[in-house]
Design a protein around this ligand. Sequence first.
Ligand SMILES: Nc1nc2c(ncn2[C@@H]2O[C@H](COP(=O)(O)OP(=O)(O)OP(=O)(O)O)[C@@H](O)[C@H]2O)c(=O)[nH]1
Length: 492
Amino acid sequence: MPQRSLNHAKLSLLLLLFLLLICGFLATSLASYYASRDAIHASIVETELPLTSDTVYSEIQKDLVRPVLISSMMSRDTFVRDWVMNGERDVDQMTRYLREVQEHYGTFTSFFISEKTHTYYQAKGVLKTVREDEPRDVWYFRVRDMAEPYEINVDVDMANQDRLTFFINYRVLDYEGNFLGATGVGLTVDAVVKLIDEYQRKYERNVYFVDTEGKITLTGAEGGPFGARTGQSLRDIDGLENLLSKLPKPQSGTYEYQEHDRGHFLNVRFIPELDWYLFVDKQDSSALAGIRQSLYLNMLICLLITLVVLALVGLLVRRYQQDIEALATTDMLTGLPNRRGFDLLAGQALREAQRNQEPLSALLIDIDHFKALNDSHGHLAGDQVLSSFASRLRDSLRQSDILCRWGGEEFIVLLKNTDHHAAYQLAEKLRQRINDSSFRFAEAELKVETSLGLTELRADDTLHSLISRADHALYRAKQSGRNRVCVEPAGH
Ligand SMILES: Nc1nc2c(ncn2[C@@H]2O[C@H](COP(=O)(O)OP(=O)(O)OP(=O)(O)O)[C@@H](O)[C@H]2O)c(=O)[nH]1
């Protein structure tokens, strides 16, 4: 096969291998990436987010249970009821009572509002008188009319610089069940804010509360989604269009939405005690960054493995190619180049000699009566003689000379930088040396003689014309009695 199509086949093989490996690696990497992505996605949507939401919810409930118990106890306290029924005479007694509750239980505020006088008592004394037409006092009249024993209300506390406070408003009844007023304690939302901050930090997600109208009611210290503040409506937050198209009004459930280019997972849960929704929001980049990174690492490793495999296969193919080429150009018996090998070497030697105008001689050497040697001593003996004969020729020549087995018992030598005079001397020396030596096979000492045909390269010679002249010289040597060197002059 010509060299070009060999190279082409080699390139095609490497390319095919590259495509196969890359496609295989890509397919497995992407399949495992998508499988892990789906698993992470499912675990976030089905487990993680609802779990965080449950945890925050139960923490809030826990924080609210204690004040509910304290308020319940206050509403059943006989001192409170007796004091009201006795005409609310000594304000200090009530103030002291409320102060005791506040200090002992560590609440933020404690209060009692009398139905009879509409007086608002708290730990520091009388705060004010509640009025039905005062929006801030609406809560009291709501509690008065409600059927349930208590409510949890999130409101600003007027007694404490209007700080956002959880109020437990308990109805107080006399021994016959008549409404006497409302009592209870208030807690600031600081504890809940801390809790939100802790969850946000720990789980890398955004936690905030939204009322039924979509207004943000409570966030961590750093604000709600994209730094939004309490009181801001979700509708006014840039980037939430996609969420609002899915969730125009807060509603419990799990949602996915895009904010600019980033994907989000969102869990919404209604908290009946507060009439608020708890939003737990996780950005998918933080969730999926890890597996995306391992996908890139995977692909890099695959690419490296592919390149290493290709390099190894390339090397192997080259080695095999070289071995095959060597086999195709070498004679197995003598280890000399064969005719094909000779053509490759001789062409270049001829071109060099002609270009540099240097002399070059061709010498054809043929063992005389080799058939007879084969016939009388066997083919193995013939082989042995051929192999040893080749070695002796090689030992008698220079490294730069080109020696090949021309076929059968015939050898050819190209003597570089050698004119026919010098070549003749060398040919004679070779012939003589062969004559004087013998070849050992088994117990026998075999002797052979050689005929040699010699010619010198002409400027217009081709390899073919050069060898033809040498062959002609050899023919003459054979014809004129063998065991001699004949020269074919370059002019013929
Ligand atoms: N043992 C052996 N014999 C070979 C090999 N190659 C060719 N021969 C034999 O060499 C012999 C060459 O015979 P011929 O071409 O008649 O030449 P010759 O007997 O040397 O006679 P002249 O060349 O005229 O002196 C043939 O019998 C071939 O079979 C080989 O690799 N090993």
